[in-house]
Each structure stands twice: as structure tokens, then as C-alpha cells.
Write a protein that binds this ligand. Structure first.
Ligand SMILES: C[S@@+](CC[C@H](N)C(=O)[O-])C[C@H]1O[C@@H](n2cnc3c(N)ncnc32)[C@H](O)[C@@H]1O
Length: 205
């Protein structure tokens, strides 16, 4: 009931004013480690999907072209302010990750931080990302995942009813999701809360 794109637009719009208070410090190291796994080159074209207030911007190289999208206009406005404060030229747009308005094979790197567990249909989002990524592109994911080798147990599924209503799913499994989406995982690093939060680097298979 709560896990719909319409509801996400409303709730993340409401969370926008306080998002940095909750997420800036807590995920600083995790997002830095995730982005450090990318093989950066000058002039790469980079897309942040579900970019929120732009907390990743500070950890991106200065010599890449950055595009950022988010469902919630209030998030995008904050991201634009952050980009201006950092002196970065970022093309920020309100856009649904399930319907990206970019041509096929347009990006060298796509960053999905803390969004695969939020979207109601992550497989659909991954299909769009695979479409806009170049064949040799890199997908950088950082999120909370259930272990790949076993499905979520009863307690976690019950807790998921609460976390999904507030913010995010805690039962998704990274490897099955990415592999079914046509990606090969090259790096998979636990980055926060034991192995709950992982940073993955993947390429189209
Ligand atoms: C937990 S926040 C993560 C924000 C940012 N990536 C970060 O790492 O701080 C999830 C973000 O995904 C956005 N979002 C949720 N569903 C989306 C969708 N279908 N398309 C684009 N953005 C979406 C929300 O508006 C919110 O800003």
C-alpha cells in the first residue's frame, strides 16, 4: 500500500527539509567508499538517479559531467542549491527513475545510492539504467540489502512492513536483482552496519 511511486514523491518531498540531518553524516563514509570503486576518467558523463539533496556531489571528481534526477521537486531544489554552493555545474531534473528521458547508451557511470530499496519496482528502474548506460559503463550502487544466500526471515519481513511504510524496503537482495537486470557485479563491499549496507560496482553483462 505504501510502496508506490506516488507515495514516494509525497513522502520524500516532505522529508527533503530534514533529509541532510538524517543522511549526511550517517552515510558519508559509505558513499565515499562506493564512489571510490568507480574507475573514473576525465570527461565521463555521470547520472545520479534518485539523487536526493545531492549528498554524493562532494565525492565526485570535478572533471566529469554530472546529471542528477529525482522524483521529488523539493529534493531537486536542494540539490541545485548544493551544486551552486560547491561551484559545480550539475544538470538537475525532476524525473522518475522508471522513465528516464535520456537516449540509449548515454552515460559512462550511473549512481544509484539508497534508491533500489526505495523504488516499488527496482527491476524496472534497473532496466532503464541499463538502457541509458554505455555497454562498457559502470553502475555504482550503495544500499541496504538482505544477504544474497538466504531470503529474509519472518522477523525481518515483519519489520519490513514498518520500514517500507516510513522509507525503505529491507528485504531486497542485491545479487539476484542486479544479475536478473543484466549486470555483472565486479565489486561488492560491506560499508555500513556490518554487511547490511553494501557498495556494489556492476557492468552490463
Ligand atoms: C533515501 S533517498 C536517497 C537520496 C540520495 N540518493 C542519497 O544517497 O542521499 C531516496 C531518493 O529516491 C527518490 N526516489 C524515490 N523513488 C524515485 C523514482 N521512482 N524516481 C526517482 N527518484 C526516486 C526520493 O525522492 C529520494 O530523494
Amino acid at each position: 500500500m505504501f510502496n508506490t511511486t506516488a507515495w514516494n514523491r509525497i513522502r520524500y518531498g516532505l522529508y527533503a527539509p530534514v533529509y541532510d540531518l538524517v543522511a549526511a553524516r550517517a552515510f558519508r563514509r559509505a558513499r565515499r567508499e562506493a564512489l571510490a570503486q568507480v574507475a573514473w576518467r576525465p570527461d565521463m558523463r555521470v547520472l545520479l538517479v534518485g539523487a536526493g539533496t545531492g549528498l554524493d556531489l562532494a565525492f565526485l571528481p570535478r572533471d566529469v559531467e554530472v546529471h542528477a534526477t529525482d522524483l521529488a521537486p523539493a529534493m531537486v531544489r536542494r540539490l541545485e542549491r548544493r551544486a551552486a554552493g560547491l561551484g559545480r555545474d550539475v544538470r538537475a531534473t525532476v524525473m522518475d527513475a522508471e522513465a528516464l528521458h535520456f537516449p540509449d547508451g548515454h552515460f559512462d557511470v550511473v549512481v544509484m545510492h539508497l534508491i533500489l530499496a526505495v523504488m516499488p519496482d527496482p527491476a524496472h528502474g534497473l532496466a532503464e539504467v541499463r538502457r541509458v548506460l554505455k555497454p562498457d559503463g559502470q553502475l555504482c550502487v550503495m544500499d541496504k540489502f538482505q544477504a544474497d544466500d538466504r531470503p529474509a526471515g519472518l522477523a525481518r519481513r515483519v519489520l519490513n512492513g514498518i520500514t517500507s511504510a516510513i522509507a525503505t524496503d529491507i528485504t531486497r537482495q542485491a545479487r539476484p536483482l542486479l544479475e536478473a537486470g543484466g549486470f555483472v557485479i565486479e565489486q561488492d563491499t560491506p560499508v555500513l552496519a556490518g554487511s547490511l549496507f553494501r557498495a556494489l560496482l556492476a557492468r552490463p553483462s
